[in-house]
Design a protein around this ligand. Sequence first.
Ligand code: NAD
Length: 273
Amino acid sequence: MTQQANNRLAGQTCIVTGGSSGIGKEIALSMGRDGANVVVNYYSSEETAQEVVKEIEANNTVAKAFAYKADVSKEDEVEAMFTKAVDTFGTVDILVANAGIQKDAKLHEMSMEQWQRVLDVNLTGQFLCARAAVREFLRRGMRPDISRALGKIIHISSVHEIIPWAGHANYAATKGAVRMLMESIAQGYGRQKIRCNSIAPGAIRTPINKSAWETPEALEKLKELIPYDRIGETEDIGAAAVWLATDESDYVSGTTLFVDGGMTCYPGFATNG
Ligand code: NAD
């Protein structure tokens, strides 16, 4: 399902957080295939991040990339990542704030550490990266030959920004909060031509949810929640992210794009509830 490169993002630079695996990896590859320079942020796995860099540069001679280790929950590390991106590529045009984790527990058994770490990565990380991106967009100013927007921010949220999730209250709370963060940025910086949107994936086949798809029985059970009757693939999200980064979506801001095969359509009611 690899798409042809047509360089719609040539001359633009994209930072993808958590870009060495799963959804982030595919978004990094998709941005590169469309000509963007890519900063592949990683947290622990340098080797796989370097492989993504190699693949980006092999797929499209227009696109350049480098891997950068940073914990998105740490202010100084996020600032240093943006400085390195600007020093290397001149500016940043697109942020995909994708890094996210789960630390699951029933609420009455959830430790402070499980609660706090998920908030730090999934919410504070999104804030720190979005703030750095807005600052860079405002510093750099418009480049009408490159894009109609001053900059584009894409938060990777989840269907759990609206679907409650018992046993995962920390995760669902962060995704609900990301929605308001995204809408507040879109509202506050629209006049400066910054577009801010979220993608809310449904069930996508990645390491984060392996137990939900690794056996045929688990996959069948999962599909009961998906009207379109298939698990999502990372390419489904990569394509949506590229569209949100191009001028083809120039009038789209402050929106969550659900890429979920209909998971948010209350499938339990399909047979009368
Ligand atoms: P994944 O585990 O493959 O990806 C998460 C990435 O974030 C990893 O590369 C990890 O190293 C990175 N990361 C973790 N902590 C970090 C930190 N402190 N700083 C920087 N990077 C860090 O899983 P995924 O499914 O690809 O998840 C990507 C995003 O998509 C997450 O925000 C997740 O909540 C969201 N999402 C996934 C699904 C799904 O079904 N897979 C559904 C909805 C939302």
